[in-house]
Design a binder for this molecule. Structure first.
Ligand code: CP
Ligand code: NVA
Length: 299
């Protein structure tokens, strides 16, 4: 059974195949209904606009159907039914699950009891589907991502976790700028370093941005982040992506953000709405990557 949980679990050549098949999906606009009779079950423990809608569109375009389970309106996670029993039932109703979970640990626990594949639609640890869409977007605009320089400015969060994994799997240079206290997950940094990845972590946003092909950021306060917001925003104020920072990157560099964004915090309006910004294409490409990921899991 093929789950899509973290990019480091998946073979490099499989990830490359998923990207190439997403490029084809986009060209064909999915005229071929390859998943007729298949059902995707979606579970959202926290809010979503893009992940929910892009998975709904993806399965519909492939000829399949979806069911959405809202934990607040079901027995799932409420304590009156074990997750083992819920997983058994869902394994009969659907062919594949996509889940957005608060805790990665709980996601893994649930996945162990399922008898059908599961896709990680974001946890507190990682967001692999987003980064696959970002690789597709980058390559669509700039050609192969291998050896290109991607700069990350801001919080060491779940998006950057998957970005670090992608830097290893797709062989690109990654420069992460963040305050010492907000550095990304140490385990994944060490994993990447053991794989001889071309990654630097610095406190200096200018160093990271210099000569980059793309500058990426994300909200300073993620969903479910209960840290002191005022203090965290103060720590991050020098990591805002603004026109000054964009000028340090290559002249044709792009600006990327998974969205939702907090305009005026991690990014200025000028950058979000500039010609360099590719944020809408990133959101659109989610649909094509989801189609490719679902089919890879079901093959
Ligand atoms: N980028 C992303 O996953 O957006 P949503 O939270 O809207 O799904
Ligand atoms: N880091 C953000 C990403 C949202 C898509 C969060 O977890 O809320």
């Amino acid at each position: 059974m093929k789950n899509f949980i973290n990019l480091s679990d998946i073979r490099k050549d499989d990830l490359r195949k998923i990207i190439e098949s997403a490029k084809l999906e986009k060209k064909q606009s999915s005229k071929k209904k390859k998943l007729i009779g298949k059902t995707l079950i979606m579970i959202f423990e926290k809010s979503s606009t893009r992940t929910r809608l892009s998975f709904e569109l993806a399965i519909k375009q492939l000829g399949g159907e979806f069911l959405a389970l809202n934990p607040k309106e079901s027995h799932y996670g409420s304590g009156d039914e074990s997750i083992y029993d819920t997983a058994k039932v869902l394994s009969q109703y659907g062919d594949i699950v996509m889940m957005r979970a608060h805790k990665h640990k709980h996601f893994l626990e649930f996945s162990k009891h399922l008898e059908i594949p599961i896709i990680n639609g974001l946890t507190d640890l990682s967001h692999p589907c987003q980064i696959m869409s970002d690789v597709l977007t980058f390559e669509e605009l700039k050609g192969p991502i291998t050896n290109k320089k991607i700069a990350w400015l801001g919080d060491g969060n779940n998006i950057v976790y998957s970005l670090i994994e992608a830097a290893v799997q797709f062989n690109f240079q990654l420069a992460i700028a963040c305050p010492k206290k907000l550095e990304p997950n140490k385990e994944i940094i060490n994993w990447a370093k053991n794989k001889k990845a071309n990654i630097i972590v610095t406190k200096n946003p200018k160093e990271a941005a210099k000569g980059a092909d793309a500058i990426m950021t994300d909200k300073w306060i993620s969903m479910g982040d209960h840290s002191n917001k005022k203090y965290k925003k103060k720590l991050l104020k020098d990591y805002q992506v603004n026109e000054k920072i964009m000028k340090l990157a290559k002249s044709d560099a792009i600006f990327m953000h998974c969205l939702p964004a907090n305009r005026g915090e991690e990014v200025t309006n000028e950058v979000m709405d500039s010609k360099k910004s590719v944020v809408w294409l990133e959101a659109l490409n989610r649909v094509h990557v989801q189609k490719s990921i679902i089919q890879w899991c079901l093959k």
